[in-house]
Design a protein around this ligand. Structure first.
Ligand code: GSH
Length: 257
């Protein structure tokens, strides 16, 4: 399989985690979001929504939507299982994953883009921006790029986005009442879906899950980081990874002396 993904993208991180849990070898194709590689015709043929990730199967067919990709992987490679066998528990898991998609990801993007993409996008000329916006297939993502290029999110908007993200922590605490993992005794796609968000919360607002307040979530976060898949999926600290990428970009762009 071949995975088109972003190293810092939460949806991509999920799929990398899932592939690592299954021990699947795959071709990794990093997509540069700042260069809008995901709006090229070739990428849009794989994912018409123009977002990462996209998975190319061995027979050449494509899949997109991280939650769908993870379920597909669990269907074709059922061991170790990453979904509860019980239909009700499975449906509950799916609703949790959907909640993270609907309520968390748009808010995390506001926070991540403000540091990762705004410095680049704010430099584009009006003509450049118009050309780039024209290639974006959905009105929501077009608006997100327009905002980040020309009308940066205010501190109030970023605070509201962080508050929305933090709703994950008490939700997880209540789910962790019955077992070490979100769906109880067995690690599942619910844990994988939550992980990229918790990784960012641990960086952005460590006090929100400090030991005394949410010990179950802190313990979960420790357990998750010890899984071999965590290192294999390369869930790097966002700020550190950004600085490294910036340094590499500057070194590459520096004119020869
Ligand atoms: N529901 C989608 C969300 C994918 C998504 O929004 N990906 C973000 C990165 S986490 C992206 O590619 N953003 C680029 C853009 O909006 O142009 C999934 O789970 O695959």
């Amino acid at each position: 399989m071949r995975l088109f993904h972003g190293w810092l993208s939460s949806a991509s991180r999920r799929v990398r985690l899932c592939l690592a849990e299954k021990g699947i070898d795959y071709d990794s194709v990093p997509v540069d979001l700042a260069a809008q590689e995901h709006h090229s015709p070739a990428f849009l043929a794989m994912n018409p929504n123009g977002v990462v990730p996209a998975l190319v199967l061995d027979d050449g067919r494509f899949l997109y939507e991280s939650a769908t990709i993870c379920e597909y992987i669990d269907d074709v490679l059922p061991n170790p299982p990453l979904r509860p066998a019980d239909p009700y528990a499975r449906a509950t898991m799916r609703n949790f994953v959907r909640w993270t998609d609907d309520k968390l990801l748009p808010n995390l993007l506001i926070l991540n883009w403000s540091i990762a993409l705004q410095p680049v996008a704010s430099q584009w000329s009006d003509a450049d921006l118009a050309g780039k916006l024209a290639r974006i297939p959905t009105p929501e993502r077009r608006e997100a790029w327009r905002r980040i290029a020309r009308k940066p999110y205010s501190d109030d908007e970023k605070r509201a986005a962080l508050d929305a993200l933090l709703a994950l922590i008490p939700k997880m605490a209540s789910m962790l009442g019955s077992g070490p993992w979100l769906m109880g005794a067995h690690y599942s796609l619910a844990d994988i879906a939550a992980m990229p968000f918790v990784a960012r919360i641990a960086e952005l607002a460590p006090e929100a899950m400090a030991e005394a307040r949410m010990p179950a979530v802190v313990d979960w976060w420790q357990r998750v980081q010890q899984r071999p898949a965590f290192a294999q999926a390369r869930i790097e600290r966002f700020d550190v990874a950004l600085r490294e990428r910036q340094a590499t970009r500057e070194a590459t762009e520096a004119p020869a002396a």
